[in-house]
Design a protein around this ligand. Sequence first.
Ligand code: SF4
Length: 51
Amino acid sequence: MVPQNIKCNVTECQYNSNVMCDAPMVQVNRNNASQSSKSDETKCETFKPRA
Ligand code: SF4
């Protein structure tokens, strides 16, 4: 089930299903920035590598 429409190319994540995110919720945080000004400064905290 894909409850939201989050397209994600990180297919090595265990939540990835056919280039879509299948996680029940996704936490996104800043990445090495106190104020993000571009997408590179954000990251998916919910990512988990496939076992
Ligand atoms: S949890 Fe994050 S990295 Fe993993 S599939 Fe979803 S959006 Fe992509």
